[in-house]
Design a protein. Structure first.
Length: 219
């Protein structure tokens, strides 16, 4: 399954917070089978085939929409696949670092969203390009700054970064969305996942990850 040309229907809303006006993009229909859990060990996201595509397109959109917050409201999902005992369910927000959005204000922004309009996003050719050894070699240098950052606020996981930071990890999600259907149709019991490097809260150049796992119950 190729992502190029796939359409993603979204709702685009705005929220006024003091002198600031924020643009929020969310799926027109929230993913039915996507569960994001957070505990002391890390973040785990279980997805079905449709939600995997949504995630990959949302990831690309966040990299190319520096003035928008891309919100995946996952807490309301009825899915139980991948449940982690004792872990919190979270929503997911992806945003470009140039927006300088304080996560502590998300709850207010979420409550003030208005004027949603339907918008179609089409995944372009060449989006989320594959592994480039030169970029990953650059990332190992101390001077490199294009790392993803993350934090949790208002029952939401925020992933923040530059266009390059998102693309350095986004190819993993594209490959998951494109290759997992064939892999799981041949071997339904196979473990199909992507390990997305998030850095850490205090030092984005250190290791932490978002484990994205295909839920075989819905493939």
């Amino acid at each position: 399954m190729r992502l190029e040309g796939r359409e993603w229907r979204t709702l685009v809303s705005t929220a006024q917070l003091g002198a600031d006006r924020f643009r929020v993009i969310q799926p027109e229909r929230p993913p039915e089978h996507a569960v994001l859990h957070y505990d002391l060990v890390g973040q785990q996201l279980s997805v079905d085939k449709s939600a995997t595509v949504d995630l990959a397109i949302a990831w690309w959109l966040a990299a190319h929409s520096p003035r928008s917050l891309v919100w995946l409201p996952l807490r309301a999902s009825p899915a139980t696949c991948g449940s982690v005992p004792g872990a919190r369910r979270l929503d997911l927000v992806l945003l470009h670092h140039s927006l300088r959005f304080p996560a502590s204000e998300w709850k207010q922004v979420r409550s003030r969203m208005s004027g949603p309009k339907v918008h179609k996003v089409t995944m372009p050719e060449g989006a989320l390009p594959g592994f480039d050894r030169r970029d990953h070699q650059r990332r190992a240098h101390r001077e490199f700054r294009d790392h993803l950052r993350w934090t949790v606020a208002s029952e939401t996981l925020f992933i923040v970064g530059s266009r390059l930071a998102f693309e350095l990890e986004g190819w993993r999600l594209r490959e998951l969305a494109e290759e997992s259907p064939a892999r799981l149709s041949m071997t339904p019991s196979a473990h199909s996942c992507a390990e997305v490097n998030l850095g850490s809260r205090d030092r984005p150049d250190t290791y932490a990850e978002l484990h994205v796992e295909c839920c075989n119950q819905h493939w």
